[in-house]
Each structure stands twice: as structure tokens, then as C-alpha cells.
Write a protein that binds this ligand. Sequence first.
Ligand SMILES: NC(=O)c1ccc[n+]([C@@H]2O[C@H](COP(=O)([O-])OP(=O)(O)OC[C@H]3O[C@@H](n4cnc5c(N)ncnc54)[C@H](OP(=O)(O)O)[C@@H]3O)[C@@H](O)[C@H]2O)c1
Length: 493
Amino acid sequence: MTETIGFCQETRPESCAFVLFGATGDLAGRKILPALFGLCKKGLAPRNFYILLAARTPLSRPELERRLSELMARACPGAPPEAVTDFLGRVDYLRADYESGEFYRALGARLDELDAKHGIKKKRLFYLAIPPAAFGKVTDGLGDSGLLAEPGDRGGWSRLIIEKPYGSSLERACAVDAGLKKDAAESQIYRIDHFTGKETVQNVLALRAANSVFDETWNNRYIDHVQITVFEELGLEGRADLFENLGLARDMMSHILQLAAITAMDLPSSFRDTDFKTEKRRFFESIPERERTAAAADAVRAQYEGYRQEPGVAANSGVETFLAFRFFVDNDRWRGVPFYVRAGKKTGAKCTRISLVYRKPEHGIFRGMDIGYPNIFTFNIHPDEDMSFSLIAKHPGPRLCFVPKTMRMDYPERAGETAAPTDYERLLIEAMAGDQTLFLSSFEMQFLWQFLSPLLAAWQADPYGGALYSYTPGTSGPPQAAALIERDGRAWV
Ligand SMILES: NC(=O)c1ccc[n+]([C@@H]2O[C@H](COP(=O)([O-])OP(=O)(O)OC[C@H]3O[C@@H](n4cnc5c(N)ncnc54)[C@H](OP(=O)(O)O)[C@@H]3O)[C@@H](O)[C@H]2O)c1
């Protein structure tokens, strides 16, 4: 294990009950149940902890155990059998009927019973892994039956976790939010974007805060532009029904905005969630409507060749699988620095990357000479986890000429740190600890839609028109995405 130095902070989850609605679904099976199992297996779960799964599908105990065992074998191959047994011992199942008051009474009674068994005092995390249209019904049921404890209630706490993106427009998203807030306070609502839980995303902030050599130069005096790339090698992975209603912009924009904010927001005065959210909000407020409209006006939207032949996709689908755009941030730190973004499916190797491209030398002996961009700081977020800093050095030998050199820092030096949490595991720990730092506020959810709305409005006006370009799978998107940045005299790195 790498030795740490100085400041060290650890979030400790409180003993609690974890209630998972929609436990038979895709998200539950692929992400949440494996994360819960991971927490238990790594010893990161709270000491007193149980999981109550709820869904409308009737499941007997043997059937539940068979499903969970298969799921664990798939998600964590090679997990010790005793870890699976321990996990199954913490899990219970309740068949749900979200419309009926009887269900919430039965839920309350089962929770009281399990609380007593596990020595827990009404500390409850409710994960809504169900379609957003059903959120209101469930939170109303929880609220009416008194299962959503008031914030500050000394007898316990209740928190709701929900997944982005919800709603299909700013108005619909606000309506879903209003439904949630009817029953719960903002301090009880944890909106997940799992990118914020990634180890390497956390490192962006840590690196800025701990190394003044970087943060002091992350401004329009030194940085020429910023690039964010979110590429996926795969296409639909059997989720055509979801993606056809979503499109890439809605699917990815929250991740993109979170990466931009964590890279470019002013550093908070502490890692407390209130300070953090204040700075993040200030960053988003520095992208006013005129900048969002300008970003939408020349955004490049494309679909990969063969998308319409994918199973479950409409033969005339106008849904985008690629997006590129440029935006500006109107604050003292970033005014005049373009942020270029591209994201797509079937765009070559999977890669999430942030690059800060420094200005070329403007003074001194090399002013006016083109020696390329001397410095590019790159964070590889996923699946590669590293940081690199490119420099221009003198070519060894008798002549004075230049070679690019790259300093690379591998991040996963934590190889010995077997207990390192995954993104979902970390976010569940934070929610159990009552820390909202890594979760999206109501403001951020609204801002997401304010950013998306002009893009979507322009496309809805002409969904099948020339505005939808096409690209060959395995490439970096359509030529128009290259043109977007090249017209400014720059290139994707
Ligand atoms: N899947 C992902 O990767 C992903 C990614 C981003 C966001 N999300 C969000 O995460 C949540 C869950 O996604 P998912 O893909 O797991 O959804 P899903 O598979 O469509 O649904 C999850 C479960 O919810 C239950 N359900 C379906 N319709 C319902 C209704 N009208 N009322 C109450 N329960 C209903 C079903 O279980 P029973 O019939 O057994 O009750 C189903 O197994 C959604 O809010 C989605 O937007 C998912």
C-alpha cells in the first residue's frame, strides 16, 4: 500500500437500513447490488447494516437467493463463498404494491422488526431504482406512512437516493423534483451521477488543492483551451428501449458538466459539502444563457452508421449517438478560454479524458515560432487511470531543436489497497454518512436541463435533417466534430 502523508480524511458510514425499490431491475442488478456486496465483502459497510429489497415481482426466499448468488458470481467472480453467505444473511425481500397504503404499513413493520434484529434506530436509506415516473407515487407513500423522518429528527434519519437523468425536459424534471420535495427536504435527497464517485475524478480536485503549481496556472492567463472526451467503444448493449428515449445528450450531459465543474470551479475553502456546492454552483452560474445558446447553435450531432439496424431501434430513428460542442465560461478565471466537448458511442476505444492545453510561449526567444502546444495536462479518468504532462524539451545533440516528452503518473498505485471502493460503493458510503458533497443539488439538476434545453430545442425542430451527421463505428466521430475545433486553429488531442 502506498504510504500517505499529512491530511487524511475518511468518511464513515452510519449503521443503517438500505431499502432498494426496483430490486429486480437493470440498475439494481448491474450496479447497486454488486456495490452493496462489494461494501460488505471489503468490510466497508457499516457495522450494523441490512438490506431490504422491494419490487412488484413475487420472489420466494430460495428464488431470491438463487438470483442473488448468480448475480454475485457474475459481478464478482471468485468471491469467497463465505462473503456470499454473509451477504445473503443481511438481505430480505418484500413484495411491493406501490399504490397501496397496506404496502407501506407492511414496509414500516418489517423495517421496525429488522431494525430491532440488527440494533439500528430508524436510520434508513431508500434507493429509488425505479422509473422516474414512479418516484412520486413511492415518496408519497413513504411520506404518508411516516417513513420519511424529518431532517434533524433525533430518533433517526431517512434519505432518498435517485438516479439522473430524470424528466424529459426542464419542466418535467422540475415537476419530478417538486414531487420529491413535497415529501422530503433537499437535505434528504441524494441525486447520483456515478462519475463523481470515481477515484480519478476525486483526484482532479485533490491534485489541484494540494499542488499550487497546477491550480495557480489553471486560468485564462496560461490555459489556451480545455478538452473533455467521453468515448464508449460499445453501442447499445441491449438497452435500445432506454437509449431511443434518451439520446446521447441526455445520457451524457450530466457527466460532462460534472467533469467540467470539478476541473474548472474555484476550489472550495473546505471539503464540506456546503462549501463545495457553493463553488460548483458559482461555476455553473458563470455559464449564462447566451453562452448556452451559443454552444447549442453550432453543436455537432451525429449517429453511427448501422444504428438504425440495431435491434429495438426505429428504422427512421433520429436519435444522436454522438455530440460535440464548444462553450465558454464567463468568469475572471476562464473568460475567453474555450471548453471543447465530444462524447459518443462506438467511438473507438473507451476513454474518459480531460485535457488542459496550455498557451504557446508568447515571450522570450521562441515567441512567434510554432513549437506546438508545449504543455498539456491530461487526466485519464476511465478506464485508464493516469495523469500526464507533456513538455517540449531540447532534442539531445548538436542542434537546437525540440522533441515532445511526456511525464506520466500512473494512478492505480493503490493496487495493494484492496479495500478501495468503486464509484457506486463510494457514493453509497457517502450517502450512509450523510455527506452530500458528491451528489447533485436541485440547482445542478435544473442547470443540467437549462444547458440541454437549447440543444434539444434546435434538434427537435429538425430531428432528421442535415443537422444529424453520420460516422463510421470505431472512429472519433464525424468530420464536422474535427471541423468544430479546427476552425479555431486547434485540434483534438
Ligand atoms: N439502468 C441504468 O443503467 C440506468 C442508468 C441511468 C439511470 N437509470 C435510472 O435508474 C432507475 C432504474 O433504472 P432501470 O434501468 O433499472 O429501470 P428498469 O429496469 O426499467 O426498472 C427497474 C424496476 O422497476 C420496477 N418498475 C418498472 N416499472 C415500474 C413502475 N411503473 N412503478 C414501479 N416500479 C416499476 C420493475 O420491477 P418490478 O416490476 O419487479 O417491481 C423493474 O425491474 C431509473 O430511474 C433510471 O432512469 C438507470
